[in-house]
Design a protein around this ligand. Sequence first.
Ligand code: B4P
Length: 193
Amino acid sequence: MLNIVIFGAPGSGKGTQSENLIEKYNLAHISTGDVLRAEKAAGTELGKLADSYMSKGQLIPDELMIDILASVFDQKTKNGDCKGVIFDGFPRTIPQGTALSEMLKERGEKIAAVVSLDVAEEELIDRLISRGQKTGRTDDNYETIKARLDVYYNQTTPLKEMYEKEGILHAIEGIGTIDEIFGRIATVVDKVK
Ligand code: B4P
């Protein structure tokens, strides 16, 4: 299977580019942010718990996310009608990265590429503020965005080094039109598929 991790700071375009990848390569999409927002909208206990972290810009605890990820992966791939999976917003910590590799190995799978979208901080903040104004997404306000960026720099960026050592990290310039950036991503994916 073609398993791709799309990696980057909040607002770097992970969700946006995932939509293009799904369509072009017939991949299933796992967005942990979308899973948590759906739980919140449904008013479940998990959703209430997730919201208590997301509204502060913090990460949901690893043990919980790792369990969720494995069950969503099995559910999305059970029919065998997708060519692979795009992991959008997971992993976000080293323990999540290790758990993802183990989960895939147990199923005879591996990550084909980690696509890392590089975008300057001012641009990230502008994009997220603008999305917050358009959609009312409650974590897209200045204070929470700054907290999410701190979490990204402290807890998520160490994964880059891990994937670089594994030789599967592909850094992509994440500034430009959505189509231009997708062209850069597709060049990488076409080489590994
Ligand atoms: P996510 O839902 O993953 O949200 P995100 O990091 O903000 O990225 P997203 O994919 O939505 O936005 P994108 O960059 O595409 O996470 C939200 C929260 O959930 C986290 O803070 C955390 O609390 C929790 N969570 C999720 N996963 C977790 C995990 N694994 N462990 C623990 N906690 C977890 O786009 C942003 C905006 O930019 C959009 O408006 C888009 O239109 C715009 N944009 C995109 N590309 C552009 C371009 N080229 N030019 C201009 N604008 C562009």
